[in-house]
Design a protein around this ligand. Structure first.
Ligand SMILES: Cc1cc2nc3c(=O)[nH]c(=O)nc-3n(C[C@H](O)[C@H](O)[C@H](O)COP(=O)(O)OP(=O)(O)OC[C@H]3O[C@@H](n4cnc5c(N)ncnc54)[C@H](O)[C@@H]3O)c2cc1C
Length: 478
C-alpha cells in the first residue's frame, strides 16, 4: 500500500436503474439493486428543494416520530414485517437496529444517526451515484427502467406529470380515511347484513353491507360525543381539503344535529331483522374492504378525531362495542396512486411498464411499510435486470400480504366521495385466514385475547415457514 486511496472503477451509468426519491423506499430500493450488482442513480431533491415536512438533507429522514413501532414478530404484523425485512437483507432495518434507543417493545431509533447510517452506506457503495436534483417531469424514455419513490410529498411538477399518465382521479393529493374494522370483532348478534333496498348491484348479492342500528338516544349521545371530542388540526401547509362527499363526520355534526342522519347514517331502505316493526333512528353501514372479507370500512366516516377518542366514540355504535380497528380514520396531505387498478403485482405501472412505484406513493402507510415496498421493488427490478424474474412474495407473509392489498386485494367501490382505496398500514386483516387450535392445553375453548393471540401466532408461524421456503426455492432457481 502506498497510502493513496484504492482506485474504485468509475461506475458505468449507461445501464443504471434510475430511482427518484431518497426517502425510506428509494434508499432501500437502491441498496437492494446495488447489492445485487446493479448500478443505480439515485435522485434526491433535498437540499436543492425541500418539502413541507423534511428538515435535513439526509437520506431516509424520519419526518415525524422516531418509532418503527412494535418489534414483536410473533403477535404483531409490523414486528413480523421487521423480521422479514431483516431476513431479506434490508438496509433500513440494519440501520434501525444499529441506532436503537430504549422504547420498550417498540423499535425506536436516534433519527439523525439512523439517517446518517443510511446515507453513508449508500454514498460509500461503488454502484450507487447520488444526484441532488429535483426530477421535474416524467423520467425521459432513455432512462429505461425507473423507480418513482417520491413519497407523500412528491414535488408538484412530478406529481402533475404522473397524474397526466394515470388519469385525473387516479392520483390523490389527500387521503380521507374512514376507519377500518376487523370483521370478526363486529357483534353480529346486533348488526345484520343487508344492502340498502336489498339492491343486488354489480357483484353484490343484496346483503353486502353490515348494518349497525341506533335508536334516538344512542344517536344523540353519539353526536354529542363527536362534537365534544378532541380533533387533530391540519398543519398550516396542509390546507383544509374538505370537499363535498368527503366531509369529516364531526364537521357534518357541527353543521346540524340531524345532518349525519340524512347523510352517512341514514336509516332508509334497511330493516333490522331482529326488530322489523321498529324503524331505526340512524344506521351505520360497513362495507367489505378486502377480497378476503376480513376487513370492513365504516362507510362515509372519514374523521379527524384524535385516535384515542376516535376508538372510544366509534365503540358507542351498537355492534361495534368490541370493535378492533385495522386502522383509524384520518385526513392528511398525501400523494398516492389508486394502485389496485394502476399497478401490477410487481408494482409496475400497467400503462407504462418502464416505471415502477415504491413507498408511500403506492398507498401503503408508514416508515416500515414504505421501506418494505422499496425492498420488494428493488428486488423485482434487480431480478428482471438479470433476466431471472422473481416470483411474487407469498401472500401469507407480511410483505406479500401488503403488496397483495396494494395491487389487488382491496375491493374498489365507486361512489360519490373520495376513492375507496386509502393508505393502509400492514395488519393481520390483510392475511389469508389460518386454521389454528382453538383449545388450550387443558382442552378448554380459547376466548377473547387468548384466542386472538393464538390466531396471530399461527399467522406469524405460517409466514416464517412460507418466507423460508420462498427464499430457498428462489436460491435454488425453482
Ligand atoms: C407529515 C408527515 C408525518 C408522518 N409521520 C409518520 C410517522 O410518525 N410514522 C410513520 O411510520 N410514518 C409517518 N408518515 C408516513 C410515511 O411513512 C413517511 O412519510 C415515509 O417517509 C414515506 O416513505 P417514502 O420513501 O415513500 O417517502 P419519503 O420518505 O418522503 O421520501 C421521498 C423522497 O423523495 C424526495 N422527492 C420528492 N419529489 C422529488 C422529485 N421530484 N425529485 C427528487 N426527489 C424528490 C423527497 O425529498 C423525499 O426525500 C408521515 C408522513 C407525513 C407527510
Amino acid at each position: 500500500m502506498d497510502g493513496r486511496q484504492p482506485m474504485v472503477p468509475a461506475m458505468n451509468t449507461e445501464n443504471a436503474i434510475h430511482i427518484i426519491g431518497g426517502g425510506l423506499a428509494g434508499s432501500e430500493a437502491a441498496w437492494q439493486l446495488a447489492s445485487r450488482g446493479v448500478p443505480v442513480i439515485l435522485y434526491e431533491m433535498r437540499p436543492v428543494r425541500g418539502t413541507d415536512a423534511h428538515k435535513t438533507e439526509g437520506l431516509a429522514e424520519l419526518v415525524c416520530s422516531n418509532s418503527f413501532r412494535s418489534d414483536d414478530a410473533s403477535t404483531n404484523a409490523v414486528g413480523l414485517l421487521h423480521a422479514e425485512m431483516r431476513k431479506l437483507g434490508s438496509l433500513i432495518m440494519r440501520a434501525a437496529d444499529a441506532n436503537q434507543v430504549p422504547a420498550g417493545g417498540a423499535l425506536a431509533v436516534d433519527r439523525d444517526a439512523f439517517s446518517q447510517t443510511v446515507t453513508q452506506a449508500l454514498e460509500a457503495h461503488p454502484l450507487i451515484a447520488i444526484r441532488r436534483e429535483e426530477v421535474v417531469g416524467l423520467p425521459p424514455e432513455e432512462w429505461g427502467r425507473t423507480i418513482i419513490a417520491t413519497g407523500p410529498l412528491t414535488s408538484p411538477t412530478l406529481a402533475e406529470a404522473v397524474r397526466r399518465v394515470t388519469g385525473e382521479r387516479q392520483l390523490a393529493f389527500f387521503d380521507a380515511i374512514a376507519p377500518i374494522v376487523h370483521a370478526e370483532t363486529i357483534d353480529m348478534e346486533i348488526a345484520w347484513y343487508q344492502s340498502r333496498y336489498d339492491k343486488v348491484g354489480p357483484g353484490g348479492n343484496g346483503a353486502d353491507y353490515i348494518n349497525c342500528p341506533m335508536n334516538r338516544d344512542q344517536y344523540e349521545a353519539f353526536v354529542e360525543a363527536l362534537l365534544s371530542s378532541e380533533k387533530t388540526d391540519f398543519k398550516a401547509w396542509e390546507g383544509t381539503p374538505y370537499f363535498d362527499g368527503c366531509l369529516p363526520i364531526e364537521i357534518m355534526a357541527e353543521r346540524g344535529r340531524e345532518t349525519l342522519r340524512h347523510g352517512p347514517m341514514k336509516p332508509v331502505g334497511l330493516t333490522n331483522p331482529r326488530d322489523p316493526t321498529v324503524k331505526s333512528y340512524a344506521i351505520v353501514q360497513l362495507r367489505q374492504d378486502n377480497a378476503l372479507g376480513t376487513l370492513y370500512n365504516i362507510v362515509g366516516f372519514q374523521t379527524k378525531l384524535k385516535y384515542a377518542e376516535q376508538a372510544k366514540v366509534l365503540r358507542m355504535i351498537p355492534g361495534l362495542q368490541n370493535a378492533e380497528f385495522a386502522r383509524l380514520g384520518g385526513l392528511h396531505r398525501n400523494t398516492y396512486l389508486n394502485s389496485p387498478s394502476l399497478l401490477d403485482e410487481t408494482l409496475q405501472l400497467k400503462a407504462m411498464p418502464r416505471l415502477r412505484f415504491a413507498g408511500q406513493i403506492t398507498g401503503c402507510e408508514g416508515y416500515v411499510e414504505s421501506a418494505a415496498i422499496g425492498l420488494a421493488v428493488g428486488q423485482f427490478t434487480a431480478s428482471e435486470y438479470s433476466g431471472n424474474p422473481l416470483r411474487p412474495f407469498p401472500t401469507t407473509t407480511a410483505l406479500g400480504a401488503l403488496i397483495n392489498h396494494i395491487t389487488g386485494g382491496h375491493i374498489e367501490t365507486i361512489d360519490a366521495g373520495p376513492p375507496s382505496f386509502q393508505p393502509m398500514n400492514v395488519n393481520f386483516g390483510l392475511f389469508p385466514p389460518v386454521t389454528f387450535d382453538k383449545n388450550n392445553l387443558d382442552g378448554k375453548r380459547l376466548k377473547g385475547p387468548e384466542k386472538s393471540a393464538a390466531r396471530k401466532r399461527a399467522l406469524t408461524s405460517r409466514a416464517a415457514v412460507d418466507l423460508d421456503t420462498w427464499v430457498r426455492e428462489q436460491q435454488a432457481g425453482i
